[in-house]
Design a protein around this ligand. Structure first.
Ligand SMILES: [Ca+2]
Length: 386
């Protein structure tokens, strides 16, 4: 429903003239997607906290591009295309800037390594002399994870409200969580199928440290980095910058795409159910998922959904009060941009945003002013505006 409609109707009744009918065209104040450029297989947009002049676009093939003053810079910010294997679900999949980036110049990337396709989480720093270029020599490997298959690498990297780095990893791939004794999602002995939480700063001789509050830190046989588990292939997660709440979109197997949501800090130790459950329904019979937290929103492949693309919480005030705090998301096949109000239990107000369809919808992101972006793996990157 348009906000403008009642206003126009009121004007019409006051003047005695018929109100214009916005039946076919969106009113001027409706949200829309404005192109900010075309890239090579873009899948994420980000910027350092508070940066007001630049937007960083992640290309699957291994480059991070900067848009500055509305123009794409010729030289990439970072180019790891020589170190990675890309294509399908592999490539440069995640980027996160440290909360203290303005001082430390630290940022983190998540990619599939050239030599074996395994996951690497690597720290870089921006050049001290040129803030628009990363120092390639600053690379510091934090974490590596073997991947038994080429698919389900996860990819999201986010700093939480606690200043820790959260890493999303898929279940190892193939199909049906086929690896591990009873799959990887429910096994606390592997990092696959998990959200990890680490303090990414060097700690003595160790490349990172495990925060003291991690839920399985002292459990025998568990990977201490695990923060939440039971995930199949988390394709994007987001913290609400206003509340610290967390949303994790998890790509389904054959039938259901899902969005998981928890209030701030409540994802600690959470079991999101895979593979005993796909969405809210049983997948592997006879297997248990202790404390299973079902998704707050799910979509069916019967309706054309194939691979959910998790989004971000809208905190751009220029988009109007009605969208504040709403979660924007979509699907790679459907291409429709949607918004919903996430809350524990069930999401509400799930609807189409009414903007153009995005072909091969691959990702969402925000810049340093919380403006919202959408990426198409086919090339276009859009900003959500009015
Ligand atoms: Ca689940």
């Amino acid at each position: 429903m348009s906000l403008l409609g009642p206003v126009l109707a009121a004007v019409a009744s006051a003047t005695g003239t018929p109100a214009p009918q916005p039946a076919t065209a969106e009113p001027a104040a409706a949200p829309r997607l404005q192109s900010v450029g075309t890239f090579e297989q873009p899948l994420h947009v980000d910027a350092p906290p508070g940066d007001r002049s630049r937007v960083f676009v992640v290309e699957q093939g291994g480059k991070i591009r900067i848009i500055k003053g509305g123009r794409r810079l010729e030289q990439p910010f970072l180019d790891v295309s020589g170190q990675i294997t890309a294509g399908g679900e592999q490539g440069l999949l995640g980027l996160a800037f440290a909360p203290d980036y303005a001082q430390s110049r630290r940022f983190y990337v998540h990619y599939s390594a050239e030599e074996d396709g395994g996951t690497r989480i690597v720290e870089y720093r921006a050049s001290a002399s040129n803030p628009d270029v990363a120092d390639a020599g600053s690379a510091r490997l934090l974490l590596q994870q073997d991947q038994p298959e080429a698919n389900h690498n996860g990819g999201p990297l986010r700093f939480g409200p606690d200043g820790m780095l959260y890493i999303g990893l898929g279940d190892g791939g193939g199909g049906g969580d086929q690896h591990g004794r009873r799959g990887n999602g429910q096994s606390l002995s592997t990092k696959l199928g998990k959200i990890l939480r680490i303090d990414p700063r060097q700690s003595g001789s160790r490349p990172y440290s495990v925060p003291s509050g991690n839920p399985f830190r002292t459990r025998a046989g568990a990977a201490p980095e695990i923060y939440a588990y039971g995930l199949r292939n988390p394709w994007r997660m987001a913290f609400d910058p206003a509340t610290g709440d967390l949303a994790i979109a998890d790509v389904g197997q054959n039938e259901i795409e899902e969005i998981n949501f928890t209030r701030r800090n409540r994802a600690r130790g959470a079991n999101f159910g895979w593979r005993p459950f796909e969405g809210r329904q049983r997948f592997a019979s006879g297997e248990s998922a202790p404390g299973h937290v079902p998704p707050v929103l799910q979509k069916s492949h019967a309706d054309g959904w194939c691979s959910i693309t998790g989004g971000v919480f809208i905190r751009d005030r220029a988009l109007g009060s009605g969208l504040q705090g709403r979660y924007i998301y979509g699907d790679f096949c459907v291409g429709q941009v949607r918004v919903a109000k996430l809350r524990p239990g069930r999401a509400t107000n799930d609807r189409s945003l009414g903007v153009r369809r995005v072909e091969n919808l691959s990702g969402f992101g925000t810049d340093g002013q919380n403006r919202v972006y959408v990426t198409s793996l086919a090339g276009p990157v859009y900003r959500l505006t009015r």
